[in-house]
Design a protein around this ligand. Sequence first.
Ligand code: SF4
Length: 361
Amino acid sequence: MTPFPASPAERTRWIVQARDGVPRVPVEATRPAAWIIETERQADGTLAEGLTVFLVNRECPWHCAMCDLWRYTTERPVGPGDIPRQLDVAFAEASRPSLSWIKLYNAGSFFDSGAIPVSDHAEIAARCTPFKRVIVECHPALVGPGVVRFRDSLAPGTRLEVAMGLETVHPGALDRLNKRITTRSFRAAADFLHSQDCDLRTFLLVRPPFIPEADCPAWLERSIDFAFECEADPVVLIPTRTGNGAMERLLGMGEFSLPRLELLEEGIRYGLHQGRGRVFADLWDLERFVAPGDDLEGRRALLETVNRDQKLARGRESSEVFMPGGRLASGGDRTTPAEPERFSRAGGRISREAAKLRKSD
Ligand code: SF4
């Protein structure tokens, strides 16, 4: 098997070649890939219902090792007017007039003009008038004046939130993911968003490739800490999955192993203990991450409760408290894992949150 290349250009070739045999999901430019109504805890503590729309457009120009969102994209750019039409379809099918927020997830970056024509921004903003909050996703490199123009086109009182994938702060892994960001560039984009009165949502990978498994808990904590330092709220923890060809290859090379559900549980518990913002766990495909005989449904229900309430939950049939590692115990503090040997600031999904919903649709 060819080793994972050192240079970004060769990595991109390697990642794209690894797709061989992985099919695209059929999508059309005239309708969204999916939409879903969700309830999410807001920063002010209230629960609010909203609509997530998975827009269809051209593939993202980055080729991250863990990303399978290209499967939900078109091979050619969509035309002017297609994205507003997709929103019209979602609104008509959802038929729910009084929703609080909307996520426009496009399997890439909203501010990538090759994906979402800039000429459509005004129409999109007009359709978002009923919502108090508009959430879009974007690669940090594309956070700039386009964000400000779109923010200004939203109705007065509608806040813009930008979701960026930080993935991990492990410098070597962040580099090898091929996202072509560093913690420094991520922080600069986060600072820009805050300076423009926009909010930041951050995606982190639970068990990224290229990190020894034993070091993953400590690096996840470092990553959560860094996301909070960048004033992310919420932080979304996404178990890294196979399914794009590249991850299967990395699994075969020993560069990756499927995350254990315990690590997701540990991450959300650690994040909530910091008291610095909301932490959500991505719950798609949880069955992949448990051992046979584990209480999958009980643990899923507990995580759903934690996601909703944003506090550590009690077990269903006991007074015990949700603990990392899937264990239930009577309380006490977490055990601090060993510190990573190195930590450097120099050193990045549909979002997966989106992918899970596409898959379940
Ligand atoms: S993870 Fe994000 S930036 Fe990377 S290829 Fe996927 S959509 Fe693009």
